[in-house]
Design a protein around this ligand. Structure first.
Ligand SMILES: Cc1ncc(COP(=O)(O)O)c(C=O)c1O
Length: 386
């Protein structure tokens, strides 16, 4: 029996793996399964595939291939950047990050505080935007690193990375950006931006889960998080996840080739979804700035409704969406992002994120627009707050 259809609006949680990516990975398990560090030709062949993938991912962010370090995921990449900045600057124990970072950064910050570091969390305004002057004022002589995400995973709000990087450079402070939500949606350019570190995760880009990169600018002091063998030029030990690295490379190449065609189409679908919801359902407000915002993301609060109940009804119709960050789904605590933006707990708990991808179709948007109004009516009819 085939599975029922899935209407997928959760591409900020993870993305469909591109068939071209699957195809690129298979030979690494069937034929070229050698160890890339081996001295014989069979190993060299795998090493050559990794070189190609490294160049493909580097091209996506305009880096030199040698500046790309493969990691197990985006979380590891961000952990490596933060810990490296502290390890290479032993006199500096202060970190600055936004209050709306992913838990990959925030939870590490909390752990580091227990180990004697100090973390300044920068507030955002009601649109989810940062005050760069406040950021400038928060930097101290003992600041080891500033870490601000390229775009927020819940609201899609984009931060002024080039401006923040320039500011950090002028103050002599290292800068890391968690760009996990950006590729395939935004043009990335580490050289033009002038960042020291940047994290990516392949599964947000139509490649498998469990592979990421840390970009570390040439010349930036680096201390590895994972030590052992000499892989990744001694910057990340452990035999490489060869198939996934090759898949990541292919996904990066596809994203780069089709960015200009994909983005306007995704944006138009997202805007049609958003305006369709506004025109069909009352009591809906958008969370986050309209622009600059990722072209695929819409985060909406439905008054007098609980997101968990909306998600349950959506799920029954085969529609996937999420409330807050996917990593915190299952917990009923209001989203830290929406809370930081000044939303009340009720508003935050009534918020649903719809996130699209290049595979989202008009028919999927039509289906969601046809189903959602009646679901909200049902919930409001049964909600004591209605
Ligand atoms: C902004 C952001 N950073 C980091 C991560 C973590 O990436 P990974 O799942 O590869 O560890 C995510 C995943 O949701 C994310 O959205």
């Amino acid at each position: 029996m085939s599975n029922p259809p899935v209407y997928y609006f959760d591409s900020n949680a993870t993305t469909r793996i591109a068939p071209e990516v699957v195809e690129s990975m298979l030979p690494l398990w069937t034929d070229d399964w050698g160890n890339p560090s081996s001295a014989y030709t069979f190993g060299h062949r795998v090493a050559a595939s990794l070189d190609t993938a490294r160049s493909q991912v580097a091209a996506l962010i305009n880096a030199d291939p040698q500046e790309v370090i493969f990691t197990s995921c985006g979380t590891e990449a961000s952990n490596a950047a933060l810990q490296s900045a502290l390890a290479t600057q032993p006199g500096k124990r202060h970190l600055v990050m936004s209050a709306v970072e992913h838990s990959a950064n925030l939870k590490l910050g909390q752990l580091l505080e227990k180990r004697g570091c100090e973390v300044t969390l920068l507030p955002v305004d009601s649109l989810g935007e940062l005050d760069v002057h406040e950021l400038a004022e928060s930097v101290r002589p003992d600041t080891a690193l500033v870490s601000v995400m390229t775009a927020n995973n819940e609201t899609g709000v984009i931060f002024p990375i080039e401006e923040i990087a320039a500011l950090c450079r002028s103050k002599g402070v290292l800068f890391h950006t968690d760009a996990v939500q950006a590729p395939g949606k935004l043009k990335l350019d580490v050289r033009a931006w002038g960042v020291d570190f940047l994290s990516l995760s392949a599964h947000k880009l139509h490649a498998p889960k469990g592979i990421g990169i840390l970009y570390a600018r040439r010349g930036v002091p680096f201390s590895p998080l994972v030590v052992g063998g000499g892989q990744e030029r001694g910057r990340r030990a452990g035999t490489e996840n060869t198939g996934y690295i090759v898949g990541f490379g292919r996904a990066a190449q596809l994203a780069q080739q089709s960015l200009e065609a994909d983005v306007p189409r995704i944006r138009a679908l997202r805007d049609r979804l958003e305006s369709g919801i506004f025109s069909r359902i009352t009591g809906v407000t958008r969370n986050g700035a309209v622009e600059p915002r990722l072209p695929n993301t819409s985060n909406l609060s439905f008054s007098a409704c609980e997101a968990e109940a909306i998600l349950l009804l959506l799920d029954r119709a085969g529609i996937c969406a999420s409330s807050g960050s996917a990593c915190t789904t299952g917990s009923l605590a209001p989203s830290h992002v929406l809370t930081a933006m000044g939303r009340t707990p009720a508003q935050a708990l009534g918020s649903v994120r719809f996130s699209l991808s290049k595979y989202t179709t008009d028919a999927e948007v039509d289906f969601l627009l046809a189903k959602l109004p009646a679901m909200i009516d049902t919930l409001r009819g049964s909600s004591p707050a209605a």
